[in-house]
Design a protein around this ligand. Structure first.
Ligand SMILES: O=C(O)C1=C[C@@H](OP(=O)(O)O)[C@@H](O)[C@H](O)C1
Ligand SMILES: C=C(OP(=O)(O)O)C(=O)O
Length: 427
């Protein structure tokens, strides 16, 4: 589907973003491995999370309400999954594939996991290598680096792993494998990545220890089903935060947004950019901090985005690049080479598409440099590269363009934010 975006000012309203993608994935996975019922509300009905849920159904987990925000997962315990009768196809979702590989590696059956064209090009050795150290038997193209991957589950041994990359997917994969091994499995990260897995495992009854950049989980816990209320996704809220900030005469309230400090790096950056926003009604639910965010049009200042904040806003960098076009001064985005192995190469995609929109931007190996403010010309056709975050970032840029823009291939938005276009129309 092509999306035509017309410039629009004065964005106003109270809106609720869909459920957090990371937490929704984990609710299905950990709920399935627990004993008894896990009742989830606010589940993200984006395609990525639905693919995770379907994969667990395919392994014999009964899930009521699939396709709606309220779901009941009938957990089968750590050893209760069944050999899937067909290939587990997780579409576009890196989180599903990497975390599930950790689970499949320890199950006493054979499985094949695959994904779409984009996912089949993303690196999996970052998880299959440490899993093999734990005893996993995994085969795939490029020596087990590329999907489709076949897994013959094995008895796993615990591991202490020094991850070379600050990736929650790598960390979570190993912790989920570690649940199925005797003793403690430990992951040391170079920088802190999102910690939803640790929080949720502990909430379900696992023994989890966190000390600085080290996380350890004790194997073979008796996980018990729980109630989970999924907060709204800050990565989805980011598009509306930036839309309000760069648009004239705008004020939005984004309700119920998850503000886990390992996810909320965008707020640290927006503070440095002198963005006008406030947090209302801060509270804690299922060990996750949440609040409403009130945000207003602002005169943004440029900043440098790099170092340890990067994993805390990794998915927000494309939309922060759009914010940078409107900030006064030189915005430097660095240490973000991980963007090159997401759904598409997000550095190259944003640089190419911003240039089409009339923006001067300098591409770097690990980021980009943008001098602002610059006006967004529009009047062109942009492409999403099949990447939901690129599509939505360009749509927000289109709201302040001088002329309409068309974005091609925007079906991908459904992977993480099915009602994005409706909400853009609504504000
Ligand atoms: O664990 C997760 O839920 C995620 C981790 C991040 O990936 P990496 O672990 O590859 O950085 C992020 O980009 C992705 O959208 C979701
Ligand atoms: C990178 C992302 O997701 P995943 O790795 O799960 O495909 C994302 O949602 O921006």
């Amino acid at each position: 589907m092509d999306l035509k975006v017309q410039p629009k000012s004065s964005l106003r309203g109270n809106i609720k973003m869909p459920g957090d993608k990371s937490i929704s994935h984990r609710s299905v996975m950990i709920g399935s491995l627990a004993a008894g019922k896990t009742e989830v509300s606010g589940f993200l009905t984006g395609e990525d999370c639905l693919n995770t849920a379907k994969a667990f159904q395919n392994m014999g987990v009964k899930i009521e309400g699939l396709g709606s925000e309220e779901m009941v997962i009938h957990g089968v315990g750590l050893n209760g999954l069944q050999e899937p009768e067909s290939i587990l196809d997780v579409g576009n979702s890196g989180t599903s594939m990497r975390l599930m590989l950790g689970i499949l590696s320890g199950q006493d059956f054979y499985s094949v996991i695959t994904g779409d064209e984009s996912l089949s090009q993303r690196p999996m050795a970052r998880v299959t290598d440490p899993l093999k150290e734990m005893g996993a038997e995994i085969y795939g193209r490029d020596n087990g680096n590329l999907a489709p991957l076949t897994v013959r589950g094995q008895e796993l041994t615990n591991l202490e792993y020094d991850s070379p990359v600050a990736s929650a997917q790598v960390k979570s994969c190993i912790l989920l494998a570690g649940l199925q091994a005797d003793g403690a499995t430990i992951v040391n990260e170079p920088e802190k990545s999102r910690d939803h897995t640790e929080r949720m495992l502990e909430y379900f009854g696992a023994e989890v220890e966190v000390s600085g950049l080290q996380v350890s989980v004790k194997g073979r816990p008796a996980l018990k089903g729980k109630k989970i209320t999924v907060p709204s996704d800050i990565s989805s809220a980011a598009f509306f935060l930036v839309a309000a900030l760069i648009n004239q005469d705008s004020e939005l309230v984004l309700e119920n947004v998850g503000l886990n400090p390992t996810r909320a790096g965008i707020l640290e950056v927006l503070d440095e950019m002198e963005a006008d926003y406030e947090l209302l009604d801060e509270r804690l639910e299922n060990k996750e901090p949440i609040a409403d965010i009130k945000v207003k049009s602002s005169d943004l200042k440029a900043t440098t985005i790099g170092g340890e904040v990067i994993p805390k806003l990794i998915d927000e960098i494309p939309i922060l690049a759009v914010a940078a076009t409107q900030a006064e001064g030189r915005t430097v985005i660095k240490d973000a080479a991980e963007l090159r192995v997401k759904e598409t190469d997000r550095i190259s995609a944003m640089v190419t598409e911003l240039k089409k929109l009339g923006i001067e931007v300098e591409e770097k190996e690990d980021g980009m440099i943008i001098e602002g403010p610059q006006s967004i010309q529009g009047g062109v056709q942009c492409q999403s590269y099949g990447d939901h975050r690129i599509a939505m970032s360009l749509a927000v840029a289109g709201l302040i363009a001088k002329e309409d823009i068309v974005i091609t291939n925007t079906d991908c938005i459904k992977t993480s934010f099915p009602n994005f276009i409706d909400l853009i129309d609504e504000i």
